[in-house]
Design a binder for this molecule. Structure first.
Ligand code: FAD
Ligand code: SIN
Length: 498
């Protein structure tokens, strides 16, 4: 029995594990794949924090609220932004190297991204996530933390309304406190920037265990993933590229964001993604272009070495050629409902990182606020974990032990069908009738009993059910049959198993 069981080893899970270990707790950390396997490793743009003298917390708060389209929880946004410098300090203490300012090593080089009024994105070139994972995993080696890779959690174990552990593919494990840090759900959609393990399993597990979920309808589609059908994995073209001057163009070279939003190519993501989709439909093309060729080749290579190299692999020299781009499912704004210390509504269970619905993103996330959210709220969770917990239960969950040691079945064909349904019926632009058809199609898979597959399927169904509740267009929920904002829509839809 450990003090703390952390499920997921991205930035959020690692922050909890490291901080809890520093606080003298015994920690068991589980991850589905081999480290580093989550979205964190792929983060390019960076992490938002007020660090420059011209910037202010008020401005970071205002930008976050503006992007969230009326649905952000203000107190949570205050906590997020005002604790950002402390979170950055903690990452640096654990060994993360952010790119310093060119002429002053005491400051950071700050990128600009959509929806931000100031340059406030700290980064490590365009490989910020990789650097964070490198540093946190190196730190992990210095701590006494039990770390098990290839340990997929299939179910949470609940006794007398307390979460007391989790069922993994090899055994049940128990802890005084359980922390869900399983990341996002982008892989429920056909086209996604996310790695394979980001398929929302934590949503289904938390729901079955009795925790409340919120805001699942708000899936953020990143406007610019590289259109390269020859690539097996989708590759992101960071929003920082538009912050660096990148301009969206159609195939005739027209800057189609002119007239759509005053910030043009740097408008909030929901607006840019919809505009790209609409221009693709209007012109009958499969992709649009991002043009950065007006910047110096040397500067492009310095700021975006990873993107430059990846595009070159696809025979696109971004210093000379326009980059073909297309939107893809990217970030889940909602998730498992938590309070300001990351406590879910189920005793003994915390949720941190992308799986958590802290309320800071409202109906649409401001770029580079999610790495920040992960660290700020993971550190806050650790402040409360000394509270006494209900312990000492013997497991009596109703599952068949025979399934425990079985190989994980992949059901890859069925999962691809589900991803296609989600893309077609619960995508960037939706309709009530389309969502209902989508849900019916998803229900056809109900007969498959494999637990890992069920987590995938149930998470998809829960997203569609949430989307059906919100009868308005707000932020990332865009409905053709309810194109306006509803003044009564200023609320969060919560779902919980009865
Ligand atoms: P992850 O890093 O995804 O980690 C989840 C962990 O949970 C993994 O270890 C996984 O194996 C494990 N897991 C999942 N299911 C199970 C299970 N059933 N059992 C056991 N373990 C499980 N945000 C920013 O703020 N700035 C950026 O620049 C940025 N760029 C991005 C670029 C890309 C391409 C992507 C995909 C996302 C980006 N984001 C960015 C979003 C950000 O990276 C994520 O929101 C954040 O990293 C999530 O961290 P996490 O710890 O919650 O989850
Ligand atoms: C990006 O680099 O465009 C991703 C930033 C984010 O998702 O916050």
């Amino acid at each position: 029995m450990h003090d703390i069981l952390v499920i997921g080893a991205g930035i959020a899970g690692l922050t909890v594990a490291l901080k809890a270990a520093e606080n003298g707790k015994s920690v068991l950390l589980l991850t589905k794949g081999a480290k580093p396997d989550g979205s964190t490793n792929y983060a390019q743009g960076g992490i938002a924090s007020v660090t420059s003298p011209e910037d202010s917390f008020e401005s970071h708060i205002a930008d976050t609220l503006e992007a969230g389209d009326g649905l952000c929880k203000k107190r949570q946004v205050e906590i997020l932004t005002r604790n950002a410098p402390k979170a950055i300090e903690q990452l640096i203490k654990w060994g993360v190297n952010f790119t310093p300012a060119k002429n002053n090593a005491n400051f950071f080089d700050l990128h600009m991204e959509g929806g931000h009024s100031f340059r406030r994105i700290l980064h490590t070139a365009d490989l910020t996530g990789k650097e964070i994972m490198r540093a946190l995993l190196a730190r992990l080696k210095q701590c006494k933390i039990d770390f098990l890779e290839h340990s997929t959690v299939l179910n949470l174990i609940v006794k007398k309304s307390h979460c007391i552990g989790a069922l993994t593919t090899s055994a049940p494990v128990y802890a005084k406190t359980v922390v869900l840090a399983t990341g996002g759900a982008g892989r429920l959609w056909l086209h996604s920037t996310n790695p394979p393990d980001a398929c929302g399993e934590g949503i289904a597990m938390a729901y079955r265990a009795g925790a409340a979920l919120q805001d699942l309808e708000f899936m953020q589609f990143h406007p610019t993933s590289l259109y390269a059908p020859q690539l097996k994995k989708t590759f992101l073209i960071s929003e920082a590229m538009r912050g660096f001057g990148g301009i969206l163009k159609n195939h005739s070279g027209e800057e189609f964001m002119n007239g759509v939003h005053p910030l043009r190519s740097l408008a909030p993501r929901d607006i840019v993604a919809r505009a790209i989709l609409s221009e693709m439909q209007r012109t009958g093309k499969d992709y649009m272009y991002l043009d950065i060729t007006h910047r110096k080749a040397k500067d492009i290579k310095t700021h975006f070495p990873n993107i430059y190299a990846k595009c070159l692999e696809c025979k696109i020299d971004i210093a000379k050629d326009w980059i073909p781009v297309v939107p893809a499912a990217h970030y889940m704004c909602g998730g498992v409902l938590v309070d300001s210390y990351s406590r879910t509504t189920l005793k003994g269970l915390y949720a941190v990182g992308e799986i958590a619905a802290t309320g800071v993103h409202g109906a649409n996330r401001l770029a580079s606020n999610s790495l920040l959210e992960s660290v700020v709220f993971a550190l806050r969770a650790c402040e409360k974990m000394s509270e006494p917990r209900f312990t000492g239960f013997k497991d009596s969950q109703d599952y068949k032990l025979s399934t425990l040691n079985s190989q994980l079945s992949t059901f890859s064909k069925q999962k691809k069908e589900i991803r296609t349904i989600m893309w077609e019926h619960c995508g960037i632009v939706r309709s009530m009738s389309g969502l209902k058809i989508g849900l019916e199609k998803l229900r056809k898979f109900d007969g498959i009993l494999d637990l890992e597959f069920r987590n995938f399927l149930e998470s998809a169904k829960l997203v569609v059910e949430c989307a059906l509740k919100r009868k308005e267009s707000r932020g990332l929920q865009c409905l053709t049959d309810y194109p306006e904002k509803n003044p009564k829509g200023l609320k969060h839809y919560t779902i919980k198993k009865m």
